[in-house]
Ligand binder design. Structure first.
Ligand SMILES: [Zn+2]
Length: 459
């Protein structure tokens, strides 16, 4: 039967899809708070039963933390894995909610219907978009168009401690042709996105020591070198006047955007003035020869996150401190090597320390940026399918932060991950009054039906 039949089935079934989501939203599955441990089990049980009702062979799988839900259904064509998480963020401060966060409801906001409640967007609402698409497909066709594995975790909001070991222990079962992850958002209100670039992160936390004790500036000021003076000069010189980072070799491995992606980004008409205006700023601070959207998504950064030393209490103490410290972090892209950058940073800092100064580092392990292989034809098939559903064509986008799960699929299972989601910037995920646009939910379900069709037919 045709895709159109599945889509009309989704439209007709929307009221009961909403009812099912509401049931899931009523379970307070807060993963970080041990008081809600049983509720996490209940949410997993609910999902197992719901998947079974569609004919999926689903099980709750215990871990040292909250359980995973894994479901399989056979079919022809490629093997698709879908990932989502059923745990939610804590709700405090509760007094800022306009309703009980676990008593969800449909509300009207500025003429739009929204589903209000904790987890409505992140990630129960998003997770159910895919489940509902499969339900409609199965109802219309009697089977699904390909082999599908459902993989839901209950610890995403508390750092996913069981995820890597579980993926390692069950890698044969979870290995697939593509992993679909639904935990991201639209660009603006109506442009669907596939996140294909995620920035990595490298941090350096260090202290430089000059004189072996704090000195009095009346006695030593002028003759003794002040570590804060040394440190601030080092930090200030990390960027040049055009916003470029000055570390030797820093841009090694940074790739230019493919032409078609560059054109898509230009087409997004990112309004940097209002983006910066919202936080009281005006001019983009990155490399001046780059589009502002590149500064967030595809260019590497260096930021001083903290700096301290000397006397910062009330009044004055004319101290010339012995030490000065800073935390510096880098967002990394494409093939930049965190180890090489750490080495370049340390050489740069140490080359600028005066005779007699020493340095001590307290640093974490770095992670490189990740880039999905969009030459896998499934990416373009999914992008075209999304473009058929929404008013604007879908774009491959970057994500300034990190979504570690995407990298795990690649590193542990060797599977490319496609991050597609229907959240909006004002969904207030992690905050009071979280909501999910009803039309995002509806178009989200329809989008997955189109994507399933495209991945299995056009492929
Ligand atoms: Zn999430």
């Amino acid at each position: 039967m045709s895709l159109e039949t599945v889509l009309s089935r989704i439209d007709q079934d929307l009221p009961s899809s909403i009812d099912r989501l509401m049931e899931l939203l009523r379970i307070p599955s807060i993963s970080t708070d041990p008081a809600y441990k049983d509720d996490c089990q209940t949410a997993a049980d609910w999902l197992v039963a719901d998947l079974q009702s569609i004919g999926i062979d689903a099980q709750k799988r215990q871990t040292p933390g909250h359980p995973m839900v894994v479901g399989h259904i056979d079919g022809p064509g490629p093997h698709i894995l879908f990932y989502g998480h059923y745990d939610v963020q804590p709700v405090d401060p509760l007094e800022l909610w306009d309703r009980d966060p676990f008593d969800p409801a449909l509300e009207e906001v500025d003429g739009h219907k929204v589903i209000r409640g904790r987890g409505s967007s992140d990630d129960k609402g998003q997770l159910m978009t895919f489940v509902e698409a499969c339900r409609a497909w199965k109802a219309v066709n009697g089977s699904l168009p390909c082999k599908i594995t459902f993989f839901f975790e209950g610890e995403e909001e508390s750092g996913s401690p069981s995820l890597i070991p579980f993926m390692q222990d069950n890698s044969e079962e979870l290995k697939s042709d593509i992993a679909l992850i639904c935990d991201t958002g639209l660009f603006g209100d109506s442009t669907p996105t596939i996140v294909t670039m995620l920035r990595g992160l490298l941090g350096e936390d260090f202290t430089i020591t000059g004189p072996d004790r704090d000195l009095h500036s009346g006695m030593y000021g002028g003759i003794a070198m002040n570590p804060i003076r040394v440190l601030t000069r080092i930090l200030a010189d990390l960027h040049d006047d055009t916003g470029r980072i000055t570390l030797p070799g820093f841009y090694d491995g940074v790739e230019e955007l493919p032409e078609d992606v560059l054109a898509q980004w230009q087409g997004l008409n990112f309004d940097h003035e209002s983006f910066l205006g919202e936080v009281g700023l005006k001019d983009p601070a990155g490399e001046q020869d780059r589009m502002p959207i590149e500064m967030i998504w595809s260019r590497p950064t260096c930021d001083v996150n903290g700096i301290w030393g000397g006397y910062t209490g009330a009044g004055f103490k004319t101290v010339l401190p012995s030490q000065a410290s800073a935390k510096v972090s880098f967002r990394l892209v494409s093939k930049q090597d965190p180890n090489a950058i750490r080495k370049a940073f340390r050489e740069y800092v140490e080359s600028r320390l005066p005779e007699g100064f020493s340095i001590e580092y307290r640093s974490d392990k770095g992670s490189p940026g990740s880039q999905m292989s969009i030459d896998n034809p499934m990416f373009e098939q999914a992008r075209l399918a999304l473009s058929d559903e929404w008013p604007n064509p879908a774009a491959y986008v970057g994500c300034g932060g990190s979504i570690p799960i995407a990298g795990y699929f690649k590193d542990i299972l060797g599977t490319d991950a496609m991050l597609i989601g229907f959240g909006k910037d004002d969904d207030q995920i992690h905050s009071p009054n979280e909501k999910y646009d009803l039309s995002s939910f509806h178009h989200g379900v329809r989008s997955w039906a189109r994507i399933l069709d495209a991945l299995t037919k056009r492929g």
